[in-house]
Write a protein that binds this ligand. Structure first.
Ligand SMILES: *Cc1c(COP(=O)(O)O)cnc(C)c1O
Length: 404
C-alpha cells in the first residue's frame, strides 16, 4: 500500500507535537480526517447550506440530494438491503440507545434476559442496565478468557427462551479481539433472540456485510471511520424498524399532526426527528468513499502487518505484558509495564510527540476482569508506518529507564 500517498491526504499528520513529528496511535478513540472530508464540510457550508427535505429551492434540493446520497453510500458500505434500513444518529452510543429505548421497551419485559459480553464498551452496557432496571429484566454477561476471547461454551449455555437480545461488540476497542459474530448470531437466532452488533471498531478495519452475518442491528460512528464527529449510522432490519415504536418526537418524523393524533413518517425518517446533522452526514459519505476507494482488503493487510510488527517489537521489551492475545485480532495493542502506571507512560510518550491512549478505554468491567486499572493502547490506522512503531519502541525504552 502506498502509505506515503495516503499520509499526504491527512493534513494533521504534518504537525509537530512538543517539537517532534506527530505519531498518532490513538485511532481507536478517533481517526484523523483526510482532506476530502474536511473539504466536503467547507464545500457544503460555502455553497449549498440549507435545511433538507422541506425546501423547494435549489439549495435545499442540493443539500437533500447530498444527504440522501450519504445514506446510499452507508447502505452499500455495510451491505444493507435498502436505504430505509440506514438511520443517521449521533454515533454508536446513540444508535444503541435508540434500540434500547424503542425495540427494548417494546420487547423486553419482567424476567426476560439480555446477554452482553465482558468486553463491552460502557455504551453497550449502561443502556441495557437502564432498560433492565425499568423492566425487571436480567443482564447476563459472557465471560472473557485469559487471551481476551469470549467463552463461547458459556455463551451457548446462557441462551434460553428467556433471552430477548444479544448485544455484543464486533471488535473490542480495548483488546483488538475480533469476536465470532456469525456463530454468536446464529446461536442467538436459534434461541429466538435478536442481535445487535457494536461495530464502532469493526466498521473501519473489516469488510462489513450485515446481510451475510445476518445481525438485526449494527451501529457505528462516523469519527472512527475517518469521518466527522457527531454523526453515526444505525442499521436495522426493515421489518424490525417498521414494527418498533418511535424514538424522539418532533419535526421530520411525522406525516401529519393534529392535537388529537399524529401519523408518523415512513422509514428512515421516522427515527430522524428534527434537523439532522446535515454537514457531517455529507462529509461522512466522503469518508466512506475514501475507505472504499482505498480498498478494505488493502487497508486490512497493511494494518495486519503493523499489528504483527508492533506485537513482536513490544513483546521484546522487558517487563511489558500485552493484554489481549486473541487468535483473531485487529489493529491495536494494549499493554502494561511492570511497576509503572499507564498514565505516566502516556505523559512521557506525549513529550516525544507520540499519542497513545491510557486508562480503562470505557471498559471498566474488562479492566477489572484482568485485575488492572488500565492499559497503554497503541491503535493503528491506514496511514501509520513501521517507522512510527520503531519510534514508539525507542521512546518506551527511554520512558522505562526514566521511571524505574
Ligand atoms: C468508541 C466506541 C463506542 C462509542 O462510540 P461513540 O462514537 O462515542 O458513540 C462504542 N463501542 C466501541 C467498541 C467503541 O470503540
Amino acid at each position: 500500500m502506498a502509505t506515503l500517498d495516503l499520509r499526504q491526504q491527512f493534513p494533521i499528520l504534518n504537525r509537530m507535537v512538543k517539537g517532534k513529528p506527530l505519531v498518532y496511535f490513538d485511532n481507536a478513540a478517533t481517526a484523523q480526517k483526510p482532506q476530502r472530508v474536511i473539504d466536503a464540510l467547507t464545500h457544503y457550508y460555502t455553497h449549498y447550506n440549507a435545511n433538507i427535505h422541506r425546501g423547494i429551492h435549489t439549495l435545499a434540493e442540493e443539500a437533500t440530494a447530498a444527504y440522501e446520497a450519504a445514506r446510499h453510500t452507508a447502505q452499500e458500505f455495510i451491505g444493507a438491503a435498502a436505504p430505509e434500513e440506514i438511520i443517521f444518529t449521533r454515533g454508536t452510543t446513540e444508535g444503541i440507545n435508540l434500540v434500547a429505548y424503542t425495540w427494548g421497551r417494546q420487547n423486553v419485559g419482567a424476567g426476560d434476559e439480555i446477554i452482553i459480553s465482558g468486553m463491552e464498551h460502557h455504551s453497550n452496557i449502561v443502556p441495557w442496565q437502564i432498560l433492565c432496571e425499568e423492566k425487571g429484566a436480567i443482564l447476563k454477561v459472557i465471560p472473557v478468557n485469559d487471551n481476551g476471547e469470549l467463552a463461547m461454551d458459556v455463551y451457548r449455555s446462557l441462551l434460553s427462551n428467556k433471552t430477548k437480545l444479544v448485544s455484543v461488540v464486533h471488535v473490542s476497542n480495548s483488546l483488538g479481539t475480533v469476536n465470532p459474530v456469525k456463530e454468536i448470531i446464529d446461536a442467538a437466532h436459534r434461541a429466538g433472540a435478536r442481535v445487535l452488533l457494536d461495530g464502532a471498531q469493526s466498521a473501519v478495519h473489516m469488510d462489513i456485510d450485515v446481510q451475510a452475518i445476518n445481525c438485526d442491528f449494527f451501529a457505528f460512528s462516523g469519527h472512527k471511520v475517518y469521518g466527522p464527529t457527531g454523526v453515526g449510522v444505525l442499521y436495522g432490519k426493515k421489518e424490525l424498524l417498521e414494527s418498533m415504536p418511535v424514538f424522539q418526537g418532533g419535526g421530520e418524523m411525522i406525516k401529519e399532526v393534529t392535537f388529537e393524533k399524529t401519523i408518523y413518517n415512513d422509514l428512515p425518517y421516522k427515527y430522524e426527528a428534527g434537523t439532522p446533522n446535515i454537514a457531517d452526514t455529507i462529509a461522512l459519505k466522503a469518508a466512506l468513499d475514501f475507505i472504499s476507494e482505498t480498498g478494505k482488503q488493502q487497508i486490512r493487510d497493511h494494518e495486519n502487518e503493523l499489528l504483527a510488527y508492533a506485537t513482536a517489537q513490544l513483546q521484546a521489551i522487558p517487563g511489558l505484558t500485552i493484554i489481549g492475545n486473541a487468535k483473531e485480532k485487529v489493529s491495536l495493542v494494549s499493554f502494561i509495564i511492570k511497576d509503572i502506571h499507564p498514565q505516566d507512560v502516556g505523559v512521557l510518550l506525549d513529550n516525544q510527540g507520540i499519542a497513545v491512549r491510557t486508562g480503562h478505554h470505557c471498559t471498566q468491567p474488562l479492566m477489572a476482569r484482568f485485575g488492572i486499572p488500565g492499559t497503554i493502547r497503541a491503535s493503528f490506522a491506514l496511514y501509520n508506518q513501521k517507522e512510527e512503531i520503531d519510534a514508539l519502541v525507542t521512546s518506551l525504552h527511554k520512558t522505562i529507564k526514566m521511571l524505574l
